[in-house]
Ligand binder design. Structure first.
Ligand code: FEO
Length: 392
């Protein structure tokens, strides 16, 4: 029997677990896999499927739907988000039920046409607060754009107070059905937030403001477990979207012959002595999810990378680009570097980080292995950084 869970009377989880997936968007590591959650809402008159699953899992979804009535019994297919991990099976489902209507936002309609070649006649475009009465279960649609694509929306069951939030409030973890079954779920959720939602924090804040005043008894996201007691995840999101930072520094470094590493060691020693929460990642051996999670509330970022052939070591280049793309709320940045016969890494790092809102507090660039004087410069820079981080 396929795994189908009735979350509430007439509300079913019909998602799939992808234990094997190890990368998302060819960028984000998934050490614990992920889920593609889809849900069925059965009213007295009609039935809706909320989102679908990643391509390749269509048959699993179909088997689950057969268990609770079959695709032919569906009246609506709601697309909260057009990314293929949730919408990629829409063509498969639509093909098997000619009267099924695809419910989406106006921007969602353009995406569904472009990505999945859905015929416009199959679409039902909805706006903020539009409702569909399934009979004792009313679906209300809440536009929540840019979480993390332009077309995103939430779906809310008015009677049950259940919010289907798609990627928002999610976590990449294939285990459990409910949040309390997963140890340290908020840690997973924070990493996920850093990787996916952090560049869209202001949109997240607006979405949370829209949800104010709405009673929410359960949050059913499209990745990871369902929040039967949503207070913890909502409070966490209020904090993360506020872009508030802590007295915390995240250091990302790469080293070739330990010269840059020696600079990083001095920086870490001084920051810790100053009482700053300091997280250190060797870029060669680190999962970017952990880095992204720490960037969610770090007040400063230190990049350590040597010069390679006139510019940043490629790992340093990657890290600097990632920081720029993820738009963390950090206020301050510093660079540590070393070179053999000609520099260039610091200049390139500052060029990449320049368009961010971070203040470049300083850089130490060393020819060869650091001398005592070089380490004293790092100490000065670390103290200045600590002062700024403590000042807030
Ligand atoms: Fe889980 Fe943006 O897709």
């Amino acid at each position: 029997m396929p795994e189908v869970r009735e979350l509430l009377d007439g509300v079913f989880w019909v998602g799939v677990r992808d234990y094997d997936r190890r990368m998302f968007d060819s960028l984000i590591p998934l050490p614990y896999g992920t889920t593609y959650n889809a849900y069925v809402v059965k009213g007295e008159k009609q039935t809706a499927l909320i989102d679908t699953v990643n391509p390749g899992f269509e048959r699993q979804l179909e088997e689950k739907l057969e268990h609770i009535g079959g695709i032919e019994k569906l009246d609506y297919l709601v697309m909260n988000h057009a990314e293929p991990d949730h919408a990629g099976s829409i063509p498969y489902i639509l093909e098997r039920n000619a009267r099924l209507k695809l419910v989406l936002t106006e921007k969602g309609a353009k995406m569904a046409k472009a990505l999945f070649h859905v015929d416009e006649r199959r679409m039902m475009v909805v706006k903020q607060d539009d409702q569909i009465d399934l009979g004792g279960k009313t679906l209300r649609f809440i536009e929540a754009p840019w979480l993390h694509w332009p077309e995103t929306m939430f779906t809310y069951i008015v009677e049950d107070k259940v919010l289907f939030s798609c990627d928002f409030f999610g976590a990449h973890c294939a285990h459990g059905i409910f949040a309390d079954e997963v140890q340290d779920l908020l840690t997973f959720a924070k990493k996920y937030y850093g990787e996916i939602m952090m560049p869209f924090s202001s949109s997240g804040k607006k979405a949370l403001e829209k949800l104010e005043g709405l009673e929410i008894r359960m949050i059913a996201p499209s990745h990871g477990p369902v929040h039967a007691d949503p207070e913890a995840i909502i409070n966490a999101y209020i904090g993360w979207t506020s872009m508030e930072t802590k007295q915390k520094v995240t250091i990302c470094y790469v080293t070739m012959w330990q010269a840059t590493r020696a600079l990083v060691d001095k920086m870490v020693e001084v920051l810790l002595a100053e009482g700053i929460d300091t997280k250190v990642y060797n870029l060669v051996a680190s999962d970017i999810a952990n880095i992204a999670g720490d960037l969610v509330d770090s007040r400063a970022i230190v990049l350590g990378a040597p010069t390679v052939l006139g510019g940043l070591h490629p790992q340093g280049l990657y890290a600097a680009s990632l920081v720029r793309v993820l738009r963390p709320p950090a206020k301050y940045a510093a660079v540590l570097s070393s070179y053999g016969w000609g520099g260039g890494a610091v200049k390139q790092a500052l060029e990449i980080l320049g368009p961010t809102k971070m203040e470049a507090v300083g850089a130490v660039d060393v020819h060869g292995y650091p001398t005592g004087e070089d380490l004293r410069k790092v100490e000065e820079l670390a103290k200045l950084l600590a002062e700024k981080v403590k000042a807030g």
